[in-house]
Design a protein around this ligand. Structure first.
Ligand SMILES: [Zn+2]
Length: 166
């Protein structure tokens, strides 16, 4: 469906930049990102959305180098869109880009994996991680499956908790 729709839509890089500039992120993410970097904790931005706007939103807020694990939206020179799902072969069958796969794939022996999320597309990631920070819809979804999660309001809460564990 997405594929068919995308073929008839056009979008320019300037339009994507303008969209990205209107999107806000958690103000505490900057400090959290620095904390992860300085602590040697690999951090990935995992989304069932598209790289073309997620990378622009992150760049707009000062994180152009944040590693992404997302679907791909390719803009051709004439403005037409093409969508690719590079991780679909690893899907659980419900996600286009299953976050559970990325948690399992990026895990190194002896490491503790931490997953931070808020919605339905985060459930597979929560199932696969050792420590889960949840807000909004994800809290209830974790409770339904008896997945232990730590409710959080902002990345400052997550940072404080992880600092205490290190
Ligand atoms: Zn999944």
């Amino acid at each position: 469906m997405w594929r068919r729709q995308a073929a008839t839509m056009t979008l320019t890089p300037a339009q994507l930049d303008a969209f990205a500039a209107t999107q806000s992120i958690d103000p505490a993410f900057a400090a959290f990102y620095r904390f992860a970097r300085q602590s040697g904790i690999p951090l990935y931005v995992v989304s069932d959305g598209m790289d073309a706007y997620i990378s622009r939103i992150l760049a707009h807020h000062g994180f152009p180098e944040a590693p992404l694990r997302t679907n791909k939206l390719i803009l051709s020179a004439d403005g037409r869109l093409q969508v690719e799902f590079p991780y679909y072969e690893h899907s659980c069958g419900h996600c286009a880009n299953c976050k559970g796969y990325h948690v399992r794939h990026e895990r190194r022996p002896g490491e503790t994996t931490v997953f931070i999320g808020d919605g339905k597309s985060d459930l597979c990631g929560a199932r696969a991680a050792d420590i889960v920070f949840a807000k909004k819809q994800l809290i209830g979804l974790c409770e339904e499956e008896n997945i232990a999660c730590i409710p959080f309001r902002s990345f400052a809460d997550v940072q404080r908790d992880l600092e205490n564990r290190l």
